[in-house]
Design a protein around this ligand. Structure first.
Ligand code: NAD
Length: 336
């Protein structure tokens, strides 16, 4: 079985390039959301603690089975730890044998950004040039670079309550084609933006901005609110925009839409990908993709990374599963 570490993923990105990697992941996501009915889907299993959540996220079709272990602890950075870390597993359905265990802290950041771009393909204005991001923590650069690979961004406006996080963000993005504009408030950041990403971490109900703070036609990728009681936008705001989610049974518990009735949701993402419902229908409507992170996205990136790791001979084969001459003689394995 293959083990892929954070160093292996870093090497993979160095070999194939960040933009190219995003293209692979977005294509796989579009393909998999496009065959939605072939998957065995379920909401993730969350275990809630005062400081955060630990979640298990399974997804399978008739070939592959995947699951991810992931946490969400907004107070972790104060202890020198990441808010979100993850590992994942991919198995062969035919034998039930695991094929690969992979780090998924980096892969979660990649797939969340790639899913945001997939949603934006249907929901944002094609000529979007200005992007604003609120919350410049661990996910932020991944988000911005994924969008910059798809849209001709001219400016990226950003705000965080932590000025150090804003400095880190601009250092990491100095050599990009777009202008970086640090902002003194959320409203200053979002006011003229075509694309708004909310990527804050706070275990409470927030209302980052109001409808009147946005430009007509804006697309919002609301990705920071992803737990019961952890939201970024008000119920009143949700009633004023067109809402798209990943998977209603999970989103209604965890997403911004936990604050409203199911019939307020316009569509699930797969319905746009499969052309069952149109995406954006005019240049003025404000569209919101209420992302919480869905197991299908982990499935997609794990299958991409498994193939790329084989192609580029990355990762280590490890004996986590016994190899036996006689599969009934497990006990005999103990006598070398
Ligand atoms: P992080 O802790 O590294 O960064 C979050 C940033 O938000 C911090 O810099 C913090 O100072 C800032 N912040 C908090 N409240 C703010 C406010 N009111 N205004 C401006 N900035 C504020 O966390 P991260 O790993 O970047 O994750 C961000 C959020 O996204 C978390 O809530 C996480 O759970 C969520 N997340 C969602 C998905 C998904 O699939 N939807 C995937 C990964 C992470």
């Amino acid at each position: 079985m293959k083990i892929l570490t954070v160093t292996d993923i870093r090497e993979l990105i160095q070999i194939i390039g960040l933009e190219n990697f995003f293209k692979h992941v977005i294509a796989a996501l579009e393909e998999d959301f496009g065959r939605w009915n072939e998957f065995i889907l379920s909401p993730r299993h969350g275990t809630y603690y005062p400081d955060g959540v630990i979640e298990l996220m399974p997804c399978a079709d008739q070939q592959l089975y995947s699951f991810k272990y992931v946490n969400g602890h907004p107070g972790n950075p104060h202890k020198g730890k990441l808010t979100v870390v993850a590992i994942g597993l991919l198995s062969d359905v035919g034998s039930g044998y695991p094929l690969m265990i992979s780090e998924m802290t980096l892969l979660t950041a990649f797939r969340t950004a790639a899913t945001g771009v997939l949603a934006a393909k249907y929901l944002a204005r094609e000529e979007a040039k200005s992007l604003a991001i609120i919350g410049t923590g661990a996910q932020a650069e991944f988000q911005v670079l994924a969008f910059a690979g798809f849209f001709q961004l001219e400016e990226v406006r950003f705000f965080d309550t932590d000025s150090q996080a804003m400095v880190k963000f601009s250092k990491n993005l100095t050599r990009q084609k777009f202008r970086l504009i640090p902002c003194g408030s959320i409203v200053e950041a979002v006011r003229h933006a075509d694309i708004v990403i909310t990527a804050t971490a706070a275990k409470k109900r927030q209302s980052l901005f109001e409808f009147a703070d946005l430009s007509p036609g804006a697309f919002i990728h609301a990705m920071g609110g992803d737990c019961p009681g952890k939201t970024e936008l008000s119920a009143e705001f949700l009633h004023q925009v067109k809402l798209v989610v990943e998977y209603k049974p999970q989103s209604l518990v965890e997403g911004e839409v936990q604050q409203c009735a199911a019939d307020l949701i316009y569509a699930e993402l797969w319905e746009l990908v499969c052309k069952h419902k149109p995406g954006r229908q005019n240049n003025d409507e404000i569209m919101l993709f209420d992302s919480v992170g869905f197991a299908l996205e982990d499935y997609s990136i794990l299958r991409v990374v498994y193939e790329l790791a084989k192609e580029h001979q990355l990762g280590t084969e490890s004996a986590l599963i016994p190899e036996l001459n006689d599969p009934k003689d497990l006990f005999g394995f103990l006598n070398p």
